[in-house]
Design a protein around this ligand. Structure first.
Ligand SMILES: [Fe+2]
Ligand SMILES: [Fe+2]
Length: 216
């Protein structure tokens, strides 16, 4: 990730978003993906609002940080596709896709939906670039060397406008457009890690490995 960015605040970022120069093909893909997501989440209006918030926030952040807005927006729309599978179904599908988390799947159920959706949606949308699926894959777990697009989707998932204004979230929002993407990603990753520890929740051991790499 390069360290350049446009100076902007979180709230003004949405107004400052430049009109996008999507190709006709990209526009058609966005329309299809958006319509599919709206249909998939008709019963979950709150989740749909979150998803639309992530897609918009990721697209705007891509413009602030010089990343690919198309990849960020599409991954934003698709990132939570499997969020509503039951715990049993998440584990069954993770096994079906040979997802190896290095620990019992039962311990990391909240992390599985990103990995499952990345595997599944590759077949549904073969026309999409692989970076979209990388961003979906790592939006729950983070990773040691994210692409700018993966980092942006991870951060947008945490801070999109419909998330409640907790202090920890406001702090990350205040850093958008004032620090580089590396630092912003590390702060977002730390915020998730600290939340888990404070709430006495299980921490996936690999998360500490990622943290140790990110602080290097
Ligand atoms: Fe998610
Ligand atoms: Fe999400």
């Amino acid at each position: 990730m390069n360290g350049t960015y446009t100076s902007v605040s979180f709230t003004s970022m949405f107004d400052a978003c430049k009109p996008l120069q999507y190709t006709e093909e990209q526009q058609a893909i966005i329309q299809t993906v958006k319509a599919d997501v709206v249909e998939h989440f008709t019963e979950q209006p709150k989740r749909l609002k979150h998803i639309e918030g992530v897609a918009l926030c990721a697209r705007c952040m891509a413009q602030v940080y010089g990343a690919d807005p198309f990849i960020c927006e599409v991954a934003g729309y698709l990132h939570d596709w499997d969020k509503y599978l039951s715990e049993e179904e998440l584990i069954a599908q993770a096994q079906r896709y040979n997802i190896d988390m290095g620990v019992e799947l039962q311990k990391v159920v909240p992390l599985l939906h990103g990995k499952i959706s990345a595997c599944k949606l590759k077949d549904v949308y073969p026309e999409l670039p692989s970076e979209v699926f990388d961003a979906i894959d790592t939006h729950t777990t983070g990773c040691t060397q994210p692409s700018a697009e993966s980092a942006i989707v991870y951060i947008a998932d945490l801070i999109e406008p419909s998330r409640p204004s907790y202090n920890s979230i406001e702090r990350i929002r205040s850093l958008v457009g004032t620090v580089g993407l590396d630092e912003l990603y590390l702060e977002a990753f730390k915020s998730t890690l600290l939340y888990l520890i404070q709430a006495n929740k299980y921490v996936w051991p690999q998360a500490l490995v990622i943290y140790n790499e990110l602080i290097k």
